[in-house]
Design a protein around this ligand. Structure first.
Ligand code: NAD
Length: 338
């Protein structure tokens, strides 16, 4: 079987490819993986170094919006798994354009290329953020899409295109909507790696607003198992929520990270809340559990492992933080800042 994985130089896609090529998914021992990634600021070839020499792995640098490239690349693949996206909510607030281009147009171009190439199954990796905030209970897959950030809106647009390509053209498209992931190799602008790397350096951590926002956490390994389960056992045209089951306010998460470092609340710097900041996300994972999904990684152990990984892999994250700091100091390098 040949699988095309887009965005696999990023956090979750690279975990999926490493797991595919290191025997984590029974039945995938002979799979050949093509990675397509643009290598934006969030894409890092080092994330794939552990499998770089694997003969069942090919890396292609390119853009999912490049229809000509896709027309040449997609044929011959049985499955497409689409992780490629602009993913940072804060960046979507200061510059939504790139999110619409990659997340909406890129997904449509990929769907079209998959349709024309006769790809058997297309799995689109989406997010719980498309549902918007839920005060109580959990969203199931039939809940309305009420995204509140440009990031979430662009992901919702992509989800609807997936639905349309299934309904209109009969393409076997399956969508996953996962809660917040944590794990190694996550770019240090996201809350857990940002806080961990700041605390390693003895720097304060920036906490949004009153810190009462609730997120549901899932280890990236469990997310990748869920994606493979949907490839293997999902049904065409269906959406699957993937929840972690561990709900924490940002205050609680911060408390745990501070405790890990033996630090106190004096290390917390309160910052103005993010505009449109959703109070709570929570998904009902009953549908994917019915086909065999069960998260395995205990949150406390998983978080401890992540802290250890960032302590042990400073050479991976420090250059990324230094580069980001230089960009902030010279905004003209990013065209005025993303
Ligand atoms: P990431 O930002 O770490 O990685 C995104 C990758 O996509 C990068 O390697 C980047 O270079 C690549 N990319 C961006 N634009 C591209 C383009 N135009 N063409 C080709 N490649 C491009 O993101 P992540 O956290 O690994 O998220 C992966 C997917 O999972 C995304 O679709 C995201 O919406 C979804 N998701 C993430 C989370 C989370 O907590 N991180 C939760 C649920 C869903």
């Amino acid at each position: 079987m040949r699988i095309l994985v887009t965005g696999a130089a990023g956090f979750i896609g690279s975990c999926y490819v490493r797991s595919l090529l290191t025997g984590a998914h029974p039945g995938c021992e002979d799979v050949h993986v093509t990675v397509l990634d643009k290598l934006t600021y969030a894409g890092n070839p080092e994330n794939l170094w552990p499998v770089a020499g694997n003969p069942r792995h090919t890396f292609v640098r390119g853009d999912v919006t490049d229809g000509e490239l896709l027309a040449g690349l997609v044929p011959g693949h049985d499955v497409v798994v689409n992780f490629a996206a602009e993913t940072h909510v804060d960046r979507s607030i200061t510059g939504a354009g790139a999110f619409v281009t990659t997340n909406v147009l890129g997904t449509q171009r990929l769907l079209q290329a998959a349709l024309e190439a006769g790809v058997r199954t297309f799995v689109h990796v989406s997010t719980d953020e498309v549902y918007g905030s839920v005060a109580e209970g959990s969203w199931d897959e039939d809940a309305p899409l009420e995204p509140n950030s440009p990031y979430a809106a662009s992901k919702a647009g992509a989800d609807l295109l997936c639905r349309a390509y299934h309904r209109t053209y009969g393409l076997d498209v399956r969508v996953t909507r996962c809660s917040n992931n944590y794990g190694p190799y996550q770019y240090p602008e996201k809350v857990i790696p940002l806080f961990v790397t700041n605390l390693i350096d003895g720097l304060p951590v920036p906490l949004y607003g009153d810190g009462r926002n609730v997120r549901e956490w899932l280890h990236v390994d469990d997310h990748c198992r869920a994606v493979q389960l949907v490839v293997d056992k999902g049904a065409a045209g269906e959406v699957y929520n993937v929840g972690g089951g561990v709900e924490l306010t940002n205050l609680e998460l911060t408390e745990r990270l501070l405790a890990t470092f033996g630090a106190g609340w004096e290390m917390v710097e309160r910052v103005a809340d993010r505009p449109g900041h959703d109070l709570r996300y929570s998904v009902d994972s009953g549908k994917i559990r019915a086909i065999g999904y069960e998260p395995r990684v205990d949150f406390d152990e998983g978080l401890e492992g992540v802290v250890r990984w960032y302590r042990d892999n400073e050479a991976w994250w420090r250059p990324l933080k230094e580069r980001a700091a230089r960009r902030t100091a010279r905004p003209e390098e990013t065209g005025g800042g993303r």
